[in-house]
Design a protein around this ligand. Structure first.
Ligand SMILES: NC(=O)c1ccc[n+]([C@@H]2O[C@H](COP(=O)([O-])OP(=O)(O)OC[C@H]3O[C@@H](n4cnc5c(N)ncnc54)[C@H](O)[C@@H]3O)[C@@H](O)[C@H]2O)c1
Length: 250
């Protein structure tokens, strides 16, 4: 699927995306590059990141880093603004790790939040004042419908994703006076290569199709279309909101 709409306000806009090498993140990188934005993305996966840059050309820059390294993440946001005027931060990277609550150690709990919650705050902490100096901007966090459905055996991930909705509302208030908007996207089950390889079995998919209003696969590009709108000036009076994209599952 191609993203159809054109957003003039995104042309040459500096965009920073975490977890952009694969999955929804890669669709985000592609979609913003197609709008002629200047995209910087970070990820752990060197090979996939390099391959995406090779495909998309010099509007796209990739750095391998672990978003749990707060200093490296914040430095990468600052560096991205040196290259391109930063206007958009997308906190996309995550790890939907599973844990049986009774077996979860304090270290596993901490690790889960360190990947799924903390980096969104610390990236925003660096990006928002930069965006303010640049005249405003948009921060987009990624939650999940699981924050509301609360499925079993992923208490850490669900807690982090619920936290991101609250964080979005809080930061929207904190940064609004500087014209920095903060919104959150909550996808349903998005058909990425990783989901197909790990959790989305044919039986699970048939079950999902029974539960949605639109019995069609939800693709990374569908989510990217929503992110483009929320990043653009076309959504300039929208902040502090949670946008569910789930084919009508919830
Ligand atoms: N795919 C879905 O069905 C679905 C559903 C609801 C919400 N979401 C959310 O959407 C976002 C993207 O989902 P996805 O399915 O593409 O995720 P994914 O797990 O497939 O990919 C995330 C990307 O983040 C990278 N990453 C993971 N840990 C990292 C770290 N410590 N440092 C740097 N990079 C790291 C991975 O290498 C990967 O490229 C996530 O926030 C996820 O929670 C996804």
């Amino acid at each position: 699927m191609q993203n159809g709409a054109r957003y003039p306000s995104l042309v040459d806009q500096g965009i920073f995306i975490t977890g952009g090498a694969t999955g929804i993140g890669a669709a985000l990188v592609r979609a913003f590059a197609e709008q002629n934005a200047q995209v910087t993305f970070v990820d752990l996966q060197q090979e996939a990141g390099d391959a995406l840059v090779a495909k998309l050309g010099d509007r796209v820059t990739f750095h391998r880093l672990d978003i749990t390294d707060t200093d490296a993440l914040q430095q990468a946001v600052t560096d991205a603004n040196e290259r391109t005027k930063l206007g958009v931060l997308i906190n996309n990277a995550a790890n939907d790790m599973r844990h049986v609550p009774g077996d979860m150690t304090p270290g596993q709990w901490r690790d889960c939040l360190a990947i799924n919650l903390d980096p969104a705050f610390f990236a925003a902490q660096t990006a928002a004042p930069i965006m303010a100096r640049n005249g405003g901007g948009a921060i987009i966090n990624f939650s999940s419908i699981n924050a509301i459905l609360g499925p079993s055996n992923m208490p850490g991930y669900v807690s982090a994703k619920a936290g991101l909705i609250g964080m979005t509302k809080a930061l929207a208030k904190d940064y609004g006076a500087d014209m920095v908007r903060v919104n959150v996207i909550s996808p349903g089950w998005v058909v990425t290569q990783r989901q197909l390889a790990t959790w989305l079995t044919p039986a699970e998919e048939a079950d999902w199709m029974e539960q949605v209003a639109l019995p069609k696969r939800l693709m990374p590009e569908d989510v990217a279309s929503l992110a483009l709108f929320l990043a653009s000036d076309d959504s300039s009076m929208i902040t502090g909101q949670n946008f569910t994209i789930d084919g009508g599952r919830t």
